[in-house]
Design a protein around this ligand. Sequence first.
Ligand code: DSN
Length: 400
Amino acid sequence: MPTIEELISRERERQTHSINLIASENFVSDYVKRTMGTVFTNKYAEGYPGKRWYGGCEFTDQVEQHAIDLAKQLFQAEHANVQPHSGTQANLAAYLALIKPGDKVLAFKLEHGGHLSHGAPFNASGKYYKFVHYGVNRDTGLIDMDEYAALLKEHGDIKLVVTGASSYPRAIDFARMAKLAREHGALFMADVAHISGLVAAGEHQSPVPVADAVTMSTHKTIRGPRGGMIVCSGKYASKIDRGVFPGSQGGPLVHIIAAKAAMLEEALKPEFKQYIQQVIKNAQAMAAAFQQLDGKKYRVLTGGTDNHMVMVDISGTGKNGIQIERLLGEQSIHLNKNFIPYDPLPVTETSGIRVGSPLLTTLGAKEADMAQVVQLIDRAIAGEKVTAEVHKFMENLLAR
Ligand code: DSN
């Protein structure tokens, strides 16, 4: 068995030699990485700043308060909780805060791009609450607002609406969805895990003014440590805090909270807005490059993207999603197989792939690079060996 040091070194090598298009991954800055590996990992701090169950929290309190203040500033929110260990934990805490077990919740279908913590039967959310789901229109691939409105009306007793997605390439009209939810007496929650960086940079409509709670993970487009965060209106501040601790978590990860503060400092800089603008341009360049290839092999869902990801139906290549994920992975190109709406294949196979631009954009990639990446993908799928070119591509990118 190799030592952990050896495995870290091999993983570093793998990450720097691969073209990584996994839409939910990113490379954090040295500042964020260094902050994670600090003595704050040694500290217990159950509770919140000024109200802890342990002594010796004077510096921990300052770290957490700093992170809270920055999150409120970045998202223009009245309250922030920076303790959730992940986006899924943030969602669980928000459910505990906003609804009661057995309540009915309306959320986006997992098979159409939603998330397992939005009521999948095998997730705690689906076991403790009664979820019903809306999906996308079969022709447009866009969220079916007619179905959404009809479900609100038909059920009449929906207590909470959850919006947000893991595999949806288009902008979400939170204001419109919130208005409809309120008209039917439901609370409104947005899970912006994927697009938190876009919202923070003002490059996607923010749900904060219209939502009762906004949950997110902190390691995707917003480029922070692995973790979660919740911002909400002051009205729900204490309920949200209790939903996190003691509702669903024990001691916070203070070193990770410190790294979230580092991430938030970075996200407040003008360079971050430029980064997110390039993320979107790069995703759009990938969509355009796929569309220039054989249309029988690749179908770009919804005809493009408004965010950081492109969803592609690859069934015309004669291979399924898992075959493509593996075949490309063997040549150092990483992406993930993905269900597409109305997918005839099982989740273990899938007819789609999801490609994202956040990580390569962090490394400085521009539109032409993304077009080149799509060419490499197409040639590898056609049976060419492109590993050497992939390594060269990454060497050139990292040398810029
Ligand atoms: N959020 C998922 C993803 O999009 O990769 C993982 O839970």
